[in-house]
Write a protein that binds this ligand. Structure first.
Ligand code: PLP
Length: 466
């Protein structure tokens, strides 16, 4: 079901364009041509792109201060849609002018602020409105879902997760196990990559599920690994886990807004995600949760508040709970309207661009980045002893999103700092990687071109120094 691109492979496309333009594939003309052909390029105008002069670590003697920075950090914090301010002002005005009447009127009546934009999330995660709730923050939602889906018995008591999961997920699981009085050592089953490898092999994941599935209560994987950039085969893991009687859930922090998701059709039991990474809702933005429709009447929230009560009778305040079936019954409090505004602005852009078209561009954009880096490293390896670049992220399109994690044969620290000084916004992650994410909504092929040239010139000057 996952889209295995019917498109021309990125490398073929790049070589075809270079042949047509009669230049080398690494020529700037190729990048400019790719941008010209890009039907989504105008979406960059919908965002504020940080300028060189406003970024703290930049050395202004090395850059043009009025140029756009090369922002490759959308995997950590997405850029601000220009409409955010307008939408915030609409609600602030309403509050100023009519106070509590704002609960019931306007584009986003506060009482149903979350419900008024949930429709825009449907295509992004591949679920119906009833299967999605916008609430809380990611780790909070993970806890709330685990409280309902993780019901250990003496025979079935483990939670299966990938090794080196994001720390918050790791701690959430540890504490959920402890809440049930379980021994973390015995109950937290982590799948490690093979010795000397960074990427988990699907066959190894399936083997653990096959062998130990009877003792696993919940499988909780990330959809796309935050460090390696590996996109897991969500439908295959779901199917294998459910065949063994496990509940299968996903933390989609790095997958949502990045790759196509079909949570309903894949039969995923539950999922949660944040909205400040690829969904551009701003730091601490409102998070999402999914519970499959098949569980609407059987899986109930463990902790309940008034917003889990049916809207029709919610304000009768008769203290007789009429629980909303499905994930909307998991909502505890009234929705934070100011957080709804920023997410609204971003989701409207997604609706116009469509996640399908964004993914198509993303495959080519990241494919171009990979192509340029590979070309450089193969020439390097052949010619010189300079530092080389390796790409940790899988090269198969179906196994990654837009992010590439790069490792260097030496002096990562130096490379990272030199990039920062020149206006490349990316991040470094231990043990030895830097993460770069060209985001199809606001990054261009020319951004990738400039990045690769900066990177290679830094690596080449390293070589001279050594
Ligand atoms: C970003 C991220 C988080 C962050 O959790 P918050 O509750 O939003 O602070 C958690 N888990 C994963 C996998 C992430 O990528």
């Amino acid at each position: 079901v996952m889209e295995t691109s019917p498109l021309e492979l990125p490398a073929d496309r790049i070589q075809r364009i270079a042949a047509k333009l009669k230049c080398h594939p690494t020529d700037e003309k190729v990048a400019l041509h790719l941008d010209e052909e890009d039907v989504l390029r105008h979406f960059r105008e919908y965002f504020y792109i940080p300028k060189m002069k406003d970024l703290p670590p930049i050395d202004l003697s090395l850059v043009n201060k009025d140029d756009d920075a090369i922002y490759f950090l959308g995997h950590s914090l997405g850029l601000q849609p220009k409409m955010v301010k307008t939408y915030l002002e609409e609600e602030l005005d309403k509050w100023a002018k009519m106070g509590a009447y704002g609960h019931d009127v306007g584009k986003r009546p506060w009482i149903i602020g979350d419900e008024s934009i949930v429709d825009l999330m449907k295509d992004i995660v591949g679920a119906s409105e009833k299967e999605i709730a916008l609430m809380n923050a990611l780790t909070v939602n993970l806890h709330l879902l685990l409280l309902s889906f993780f019901k250990p018995t003496p025979k079935r008591y483990k939670i299966l997760i990938e090794a080196k999961a994001f720390s918050s997920d790791h701690y959430a699981i540890e504490s959920q196990l402890q809440l049930h009085g379980l021994d973390v050592e015995k109950s937290m089953r982590m799948i490690k990559p093979r010795e000397g490898e960074e990427i988990l092999r699907m066959e190894d994941i399936l083997e653990v599920i096959e062998k130990e599935g009877d003792s696993i209560a919940v499988i909780l994987f990330s959809g796309l690994h935050f460090y390696t950039g590996q996109l897991f085969n969500i439908p295959a893991i779901t199917k294998a886990g459910q065949a063994k009687g496990c509940f299968v859930g996903f933390d989609l922090a790095h997958a949502v807004g990045n790759v196509e998701l079909h949570l309903h059709d894949w039969g995923v039991d539950f999922a949660c995600w944040c909205s400040y990474k690829y969904l551009n809702s701003g730091a601490g933005g409102i998070a999402g949760a999914f519970v499959h429709e098949k569980h609407a009447y059987t899986i109930k929230p463990a902790l309940v508040g008034w917003f889990g009560h049916e809207l029709r009778t919610r304000f009768k305040m008769d203290n007789k709970l009429q629980l909303i079936p499905g994930v909307n019954g998991f909502r505890i409090s009234n929705p934070p309207i100011l957080l709804i505004c920023s997410l609204h602005a971003s989701l409207e852009i997604f609706k116009q661009a469509t996640i399908k078209a964004l993914r198509r561009k993303s495959i080519l954009l990241t494919g171009y980045l990979e192509y340029m880096i590979r070309l450089y490293s193969t020439t390097k390896n052949a010619e010189t002893k300079g530092p080389t670049v390796t790409i940790i992220t899988p090269s198969r399109i179906e196994e990654r999103g837009c992010q590439l994690t790069l490792a260097f044969s030496r002096s990562k620290k130096n490379v990272f700092e030199e990039l920062h000084k020149r206006g490349v916004v990316c991040d470094k992650r231990e043990p030895h990687g830097i993460r770069v994410a060209p985001v199809p909504l606001y990054n261009s092929f020319h951004d990738v071109y400039k990045f690769v040239n900066l990177l290679t010139s830094i690596l080449d000057s390293e070589e001279i120094k050594n």
